[in-house]
Write a protein that binds this ligand. Structure first.
Ligand code: 39S
Ligand code: MET
Ligand code: ZN
Length: 764
C-alpha cells in the first residue's frame, strides 16, 4: 500500500487570464456563449493535464467556474431567486446576473447583483445564496458530473469537488421573502434529497471518490452542528462514492468530537493554517477507520514547502495510522495562489528558489508522496537546499526599522486632541457644507490608462510621458468632480495598478510578479505583492499626485493611502516574521506618508482598511490578539496627523456588529462603509455604541454596472437619518469606482449629488 497525494482545487483563471478575457468579451456582447464555452473548455483541459503531468493522485474537477464556485453550487441545487428566473434570460445569463447584476431598461430588465462576502479570511469573494421556505431545491445541471465526464474523455480520472450541504446553507442568508429570524440551515431536510441524487448520479457514472468541502467546521458555529453532520453524512454515505470530507483555513476544535465518528472515507485537515491540531486529530482518528488527509502544502501562501519537515510530520501520522491511512495534500484549494512560477521572467534565481505557485505545489505534494513511499527524488534534495538558502536570507534584517519599532510608545498611537476639538479645527480648515459629498478614491481605470501603463512597463513609453498621461487623467477627474458638484475631491488613483500592489512596489522589502494573478471575484484579479524582508519607505509615495490634483482646484483634496492591515492582508506575507511585526513596519512607512501629505497642504487623508474585517481570525478566541495589533497599527499610521487634518477611513466589508468597539478605537474623523444593502442593524450599532464622528454609509453598490436612481438613494438617506445625526453624515458610494465605466459613473454621481442637494433642503 502507498501514501497518496491530493490537490483540493486549482486556480480557474488560466495561466494568462484566459477566463477573464473570454468572460468579459462575452459580457461586452463581442463573442457568443459558444465562443465562451470553447475558450474555457481549453482552460479546463490544460489545468487537468498540467496537474496530471505532475503525478498527483487525486486531481480536482467541478471546481472550475466562470464566476464563482459557490454561485455555481446555488445553481446546481436551484437556489435561484425568482426575480432572476422570471427575467427570461438564459441559464448562463441568469448566473451572471446573480453575480454582477444586469440592467437593460429597454428590455425591462433591472436586476441587482446578489450580495458578495469574503470567503473566510481570504481576499476571495463568494456570492451569498438567498434561501427561504419557498426555495424549490432540485437538481439542475449536475456540473460536477459534467466536468468529471469531460476530464474522463481526456483520459484523466478526477475527484469531483462538491460544496457540502451544511456549509452551503450555513453560509447562505435568508431571502427577502423569508419570515423574520429565518435560518437557511432549517432548509437542510429539503436540500438533502438533492445531494443524495447528485452523489448517486456521480456514483452511477463510475466516480470512485468525491471531495466534499465543509469548511464551516473550522468556524465556531460548526461546533454546534454535530447532529446535522451525523444525519447528513449517514444518508450521503449510503449512496455516494467514497467521501473525503475536507476542512480548511482553521482548526476543527471541538468539532473533532463528532467529525471523527462520521461515516466517511477520509477527513482532511489544514496543517498550514492550523498546525497545532495535528497531534490531537491523529490521536482522535487512530481508533477509527478514517483515512487522514494532511493539508501540508499551503494553499494560501506562495512559499516553497519544507518537504523534509512535511515528510517528518507525515511519517509521524503514518507511524500511528499506517501507510494507507495517510494522504498528503494541499491545505486548501490552490485558487488563492497564482497559476505557475514558470511564467515569471523578472524574478532573480534566488527569489525563484524561495517560491512555489499552484502548479509547483502540485509537484510538491507528488514529490512528498513519492518520498513517503520510499523514493527520495532529486527534486526532494533540491528542495532541502532551497529551504536552507531561504533560511540563510532570512537572517538579513533592517536594524533601523526594527529599532524604530522597538521605540514606539503609547503616545505615538494617539492624536494630539480628541474628536470634538479636531472637528472644530476641521470645519474651519476644510470648509465643507452639510451632507458633504465625496467618493472613495478611484475613478474608472479605463483601457487607455491600462494600455499606457502596460507600454510604460514594456519600455515603450517614457516615464515622463507616462506621468504626463496620468496627470492628464487626474485633471479630467478633478474637472469632472467640480462640474458634478462634489465637495471633497480625490485625484482618482489612475497611477495605481492596484491599491496594494502599488504601495508594495514603492516599499523596500517587497517583490512582485508579472503574471501572478489571483482571482478576487468574478473576472477581477489581483497580483498580491510578496513581502520578503523588513519593510521601509524610501521616500514619499503619493505626495506628487495628491499635490498635483490639489493644485488644480480650490475644493479640498483628499489624499489616498492604503492602510497597514490591508496592505498586509492583501499581500503574501513572509513566513519568518509575525503578522504583527510586518503590519507595524508597514504602519511606520505610512505614518511618514501621512506626515508628508499633511505638510504638502493636503487637508484630508483617507487611509483605507477594507481588509481589517476579513483578517479577523476565524475563531472568536483568537480575535483579541489580532484586533489589538491591527488597531494599534492603524493608529500608528494616522495619529501623527494634526487636529485640522481630517482622517478618513474606508471599509467596504463592514460586518462590524461584533467588533464595533475596535472600529471606534481607530479614532478616525470620518469613516465610509459599505451599507448599500441597507444594513440597518449596523447603522443602529453605530448609534448605540455612541459613535459620534463622521459617517458615510455607501449609498449604492459600485460592484455592479447598474445606475442607482436619485429616488432609491434618497430612500436610503431617509432611513438612515432616522438613526444617524444629520450633522455628521457624508454622501458617498460604497467603494471606489475603478471597475466602473465613465458613462455609469457620471450618471450615478450626478444622482448622488442630487441626493445631497435634496438632503440639504430637507434636513436644513
Ligand atoms: N488587492 C485588492 N484586493 C481587493 C480590492 C482591490 O482593489 N485590490 N478590492 C476589493 C474587490 N476586489 C477587486 C480586485 C481586483 C480589482 C481589479 O480591478 N482588478 C483588475 C486588475 C488591476 C490591475 O492590476 N491592473 C493592472 C494591469 C491591467 C491589465 O490587465 N493590463 C493589460 C494591458 C492593458 C489592456 O490591454 O487592458 C495587461 O497586462 O495585459 C494595471 O492597471 O496596470 C482586473 O482584474 O482587471 C477590483 C476589485 C477587495 N479586494
Ligand atoms: C477596496 S477599497 C478601495 C478603496 C480605494 N481608495 C478605491 O477607491 O479604489
Ligand atoms: Zn472599498
Amino acid at each position: 500500500m502507498a501514501t497518496k497525494s491530493a490537490v483540493l482545487g486549482f486556480p480557474r483563471i488560466g495561466p494568462n487570464r484566459e477566463v477573464k478575457k473570454a468572460v468579459e468579451s462575452y459580457w461586452a456582447f463581442k463573442t457568443s456563449a459558444e465562443d465562451l464555452e470553447a475558450a474555457v473548455k481549453q482552460v479546463r483541459k490544460q489545468r487537468w493535464q498540467s496537474i496530471a503531468d505532475k503525478g498527483v493522485d487525486s486531481i480536482p474537477s467541478g471546481d472550475f467556474t466562470l464566476y464563482d464556485h459557490f454561485l455555481d453550487a446555488a445553481n446546481v441545487v436551484n437556489a435561484i431567486p425568482e426575480r432572476y428566473t422570471k427575467s427570461g434570460l438564459s441559464a448562463l445569463d441568469i448566473a451572471f446576473a446573480m453575480g454582477r447584476g444586469r440592467q437593460q431598461l429597454d428590455k425591462g430588465i433591472d436586476l441587482h447583483a446578489m450580495e458578495m462576502k469574503k470567503w473566510f479570511d481570504s481576499n476571495y469573494h463568494f456570492v451569498v445564496p438567498e434561501i427561504s421556505p419557498s426555495t424549490q431545491f432540485k437538481l439542475n445541471k449536475n456540473k460536477y458530473l459534467d466536468e468529471y465526464n469531460e476530464a474522463k474523455e481526456l483520459g484523466i480520472t478526477t475527484r469531483p469537488v462538491v460544496i457540502g450541504p451544511i456549509t452551503f446553507l450555513a453560509l447562505s442568508k435568508a431571502a427577502r421573502d423569508a419570515p423574520a429570524g429565518y435560518e437557511p440551515l432549517s432548509a437542510l431536510d429539503s436540500l438533502l434529497p438533492v445531494y443524495v441524487e447528485l452523489l448517486q448520479q456521480l456514483k452511477d457514472a463510475g466516480v470512485e471518490h468525491v471531495q466534499i468541502d465543509e469548511p464551516v467546521l473550522v468556524q465556531d458555529k460548526g461546533e454546534s452542528l454535530g447532529a446535522e453532520f451525523a444525519k447528513v453524512y449517514k444518508k450521503l454515505s449510503e449512496v455516494s462514492p467514497k467521501i473525503t470530507l475536507t476542512t480548511y483555513f482553521g482548526r476543527l476544535g471541538k468539532s473533532l468530537d463528532f467529525v471523527k465518528d462520521l461515516p466517511v472515507y477520509a477527513v482532511h485537515i489544514d496543517l498550514d493554517r492550523a498546525a497545532q491540531q495535528f497531534d490531537e486529530v491523529v490521536a482522535a482518528v487512530k481508533p477509527t477507520k478514517l483515512v487522514l488527509s494532511l493539508g501540508l502544502v499551503s494553499g494560501r501562501s506562495i512559499w516553497k514547502n519544507d518537504l523534509k519537515a512535511s515528510k517528518e510530520k507525515a511519517e509521524k501520522a503514518i507511524a500511528e495510522l499506517g501507510q494507507d491511512r495517510v494522504v498528503v495534500s494541499t491545505s486548501s484549494s490552490l485558487l488563492h495562489t497564482p497559476v505557475t512560477l514558470t511564467s515569471e521572467t523578472r524574478l532573480t534565481d534566488e527569489q525563484m528558489s524561495w517560491l512555489s505557485f499552484a502548479l509547483e505545489k502540485c509537484d510538491e505534494v507528488a514529490v512528498l508522496a513519492k518520498a513517503l513511499n520510499g523514493n527520495t527524488t532529486e527534486a526532494f534534495e533540491k528542495n532541502t537546499k532551497d529551504i536552507a538558502a531561504r533560511r540563510e536570507f532570512e537572517r538579513n534584517s533592517d536594524s533601523a526599522v526594527r529599532d524604530r519599532l522597538a521605540a514606539i510608545t503609547e503616545k505615538d498611537l494617539k492624536r494630539s486632541e480628541e474628536f470634538p476639538a479636531r472637528r472644530a479645527a476641521q470645519v474651519e480648515y476644510l470648509g465643507l457644507p452639510k451632507f458633504p459629498t465625496t467618493t472613495i478614491g478611484s475613478f474608472p481605470q479605463t483601457k487607455e490608462i491600462r494600455v499606457a501603463r502596460a507600454k510604460f512597463n514594456k519600455g515603450e513609453l517614457s516615464k515622463e510621458d507616462y506621468e504626463k498621461a496620468m496627470e492628464q487623467e487626474v485633471e479630467t477627474v478633478v474637472r469632472f468632480q467640480e462640474k458634478c458638484g462634489l465637495d471633497l475631491l480625490v485625484h482618482g488613483e489612475p497611477e495605481r495598478n492596484d491599491m496594494v500592489q502599488y504601495f508594495g512596489e514603492q516599499l523596500n522589502g517587497f517583490i512582485f510578479t508579472q503574471l501572478g494573478w489571483v482571482q478576487s471575484y468574478g473576472s477581477r484579479y489581483v497580483r498580491p505583492p510578496i513581502i520578503v524582508s523588513d519593510v521601509s519607505r524610501s521616500g514619499p509615495m503619493t505626495v506628487r499626485w495628491s499635490k498635483y490634483a490639489d493644485s488644480l482646484t480650490k475644493s479640498p483634496m483628499k489624499g489616498m493611502l492604503t492602510g497597514p492591515v490591508t496592505i498586509l492582508n492583501w499581500s503574501f506575507p513572509r513566513a519568518d516574521a509575525s503578522r504583527e511585526v510586518q503590519c507595524k513596519q508597514l504602519a511606520l512607512a505610512l505614518r511618514d506618508e501621512v506626515a508628508d501629505l499633511e505638510a504638502a497642504g493636503i487637508k484630508a487623508i483617507q487611509v483605507d482598511e477594507p481588509a481589517i474585517r476579513e483578517g479577523l481570525p476565524l475563531r472568536k478566541a483568537d480575535w483579541d490578539n489580532y484586533l489589538e495589533w491591527a488597531v494599534a497599527s492603524f493608529r500608528l499610521s494616522t495619529a501623527v496627523a494634526e487636529s485640522k487634518t481630517q482622517i478618513h477611513s474606508h471599509f467596504c466589508y463592514s460586518d462590524f456588529n461584533d467588533i464595533f468597539a475596535h472600529i471606534k478605537a481607530l479614532d478616525t474623523d470620518v469613516i465610509s462603509i459599505e451599507a448599500s444593502k441597507a444594513d440597518m442593524k449596523l447603522i443602529q450599532t453605530f448609534k448605540n455604541e455612541g459613535y459620534n464622528s463622521g459617517i458615510g454609509p455607501g449609498l449604492y453598490d459600485i460592484h455592479s454596472p447598474r445606475v442607482p436612481s436619485e429616488e432609491e438613494m434618497k430612500e436610503k438617506v431617509k432611513t438612515m437619518l432616522e438613526i444617524l445625526d444629520a450633522n455628521n453624515f457624508f454622501i458617498n458610494p460604497d467603494c471606489g469606482l475603478k471597475t466602473r465605466g465613465w458613462t455609469e459613473t457620471e450618471q450615478s454621481l450626478n444622482n448622488l449629488v442630487g441626493t445631497a442637494k435634496w438632503a440639504r433642503a430637507t434636513y436644513a
